[in-house]
Design a protein around this ligand. Structure first.
Ligand SMILES: Cc1cc2nc3c(=O)[nH]c(=O)nc-3n(C[C@H](O)[C@H](O)[C@H](O)COP(=O)(O)OP(=O)(O)OC[C@H]3O[C@@H](n4cnc5c(N)ncnc54)[C@H](O)[C@@H]3O)c2cc1C
Ligand SMILES: NC(=O)c1ccc[n+]([C@@H]2O[C@H](COP(=O)([O-])OP(=O)(O)OC[C@H]3O[C@@H](n4cnc5c(N)ncnc54)[C@H](OP(=O)(O)O)[C@@H]3O)[C@@H](O)[C@H]2O)c1
Length: 384
């Protein structure tokens, strides 16, 4: 696929950007959106959502027209009528959990989302692959999430009760699928398409719109009996078919853009003197999948974040020796705490935040040291 980006157009950055920037647009937008919700009402809404079963499909959105044309209904900024004939269009880049929540939020606000996802499935990094050629962040086979299901859940869609408190990566993906299906989000996603460039539209000053270029890889299935069908990208019925892919570069205009491309896709390997000359195998945690290739080997892990600790435990099953190396120590906090409660639930409870900081700090340290004496293991970090 070829990119046609030009130097004057800014590349897509890994940040969230929902831009309705001209003042007139903001005024017009406010007519479209419900009145602002006070913080108190928002809290009420959230706690209500947490305790009720999810909304049923009566409020599900209609299928939008996902036109590939370059036109967009022109927004009239001085229109005095209370409602607009056309919905504002929002581009969402990426269909990981952030992208899915973004689609749902757009629908809730009466906006018209189109999500562009370069892979052929939802889930982003939680879609485990033995080999991932997409350039996405990677996860390993043994990964279990470190946030409890209560803390990680979408507030309007609790995971099934039968799910364990800490989900395996398979369960995380299953949960995202349940969410996407429940709210009918898949119909707003265009798979196999990669956003290449987002820049201000020519009429940006008046409309605040964004110009978007994306490459859509479409598969054509040629049947042996001569019939060809489009949209075969996800099809598994390929026994007697040949799949041909065609790339189309598409230009489109949107009123807002939400970048949901993840923030763990670019691996960071620090400059370490002598690393280039090292004869052994050097791997970033992003590419680690399982311990089998390290059978009988001596491995040193640099860093002591969650990836490092998880991978050290996994490697210990096969490797001859595993070393963890930390430049300044760290607090080891188990997933569960007193009475087997998820630690993040306790840590984020309102009672905890009423405690003075020094007392809270001391309590956390006592609890962490109860499991592992950080001083004795040389792990006590410089920071409290
Ligand atoms: C090993 C690991 C473990 C983690 N564990 C936890 C945890 O326990 N709890 C927690 O809360 N968080 C955890 N995280 C953080 C994680 O980043 C989030 O949980 C979450 O997956 C981020 O979702 P996302 O949708 O923002 O990004 P991603 O899941 O990375 O999805 C981004 C999507 O954007 C698509 N995309 C990228 N560029 C383009 C483009 N140009 N055009 C079209 N599509 C594009 C990608 O294909 C992908 O599908 C973990 C992260 C890692 C790396
Ligand atoms: N089970 C899970 O759910 C799970 C598993 C893996 C990752 N995650 C999540 O994924 C995200 C990324 O985690 P991560 O562990 O991959 O990365 P991370 O949290 O950024 O940790 C990176 C580690 O590398 C060290 N480091 C960085 N530069 C260094 C240098 N120049 N020299 C020596 N050490 C250096 C850091 O040390 P310092 O602390 O001293 O800076 C830190 O210990 C986090 O949000 C994490 O929670 C979750």
């Amino acid at each position: 696929m070829k990119s046609t980006s030009s130097p004057q157009d800014p590349p897509i950055s890994h940040k969230f950007s929902l831009n309705f920037s001209s003042p007139m647009e903001e005024n017009s937008l406010s007519k479209l959106l419900p009145p602002p919700i006070s913080t108190q009402t928002l809290h009420q809404k959230i706690s209500y959502a947490k305790h009720k079963t999810p909304l049923r499909s009566s409020k599900l959105p209609k299928t939008p027209s996902l036109s590939t044309c370059t036109t967009n209904p022109k927004a009239s900024s001085n229109d005095q009528s209370p409602s607009f004939p056309e919905k504002r269009r929002v581009l969402i880049v990426g269909a990981g959990c952030s992208g899915l929540a973004a689609i749902k939020s757009c629908l809730d606000e009466g906006l018209q989302p189109l999500c562009i996802e370069r892979s052929t499935d939802i889930g982003g990094l939680w879609n485990y692959k033995d080999n991932d050629a997409t350039g996405n962040a990677g996860i390993y086979r043994s990964l279990v999430i470190n946030t409890s299901k209560e803390m990680m859940m979408f507030s309007d869609f609790p995971p099934p009760e039968s799910f364990p408190p800490f989900l395996t990566h398979e369960k995380v993906l299953e949960y995202f699928r349940l969410y996407a299906n429940h709210f009918g989000l898949l119909r707003y996603i265009r798979f196999g398409a990669e956003v290449r460039r987002v820049s201000k539209a020519d009429d940006y000053q008046e409309t605040g719109r964004w110009k978007v270029e994306y490459v859509w890889r479409r598969a054509t299935r040629k049947r042996s009996r001569g019939i060809s069908t489009d949209e075969a990208y996800n099809s598994s019925d390929t026994e007697s078919d040949t799949i041909q892919t065609t790339d189309s570069t598409i230009h489109d205009l949107f009123d807002g853009v939400m970048i949901c491309t993840g923030h763990h896709s670019v691996p960071y390997i620090p400059q370490i003197p002598g690393l280039a000359a090292f004869q052994g195998h050097v791997l970033h945690s992003r590419s680690y999948k399982e311990s089998a290739p390290f059978l009988g080997k001596r491995v040193v892990i640099l860093g002591m974040g969650n990836s490092a600790v998880d991978i050290a435990c996994d490697l210990a099953k096969s490797a001859k020796q595993v070393y963890l190396s930390s430049r300044r120590g760290c607090w080891l906090v188990p997933r569960t705490t007193f009475w087997g409660l998820p630690a993040d639930m306790l840590a984020n409870s309102r009672v905890v935040f009423t405690l003075p900081y020094r007392l809270l700090d001391w309590l956390v340290q006592v609890q962490a040291n109860f499991r592992v004496d950080h001083e004795a293991y040389g792990l006590r970090p410089h920071h409290g």
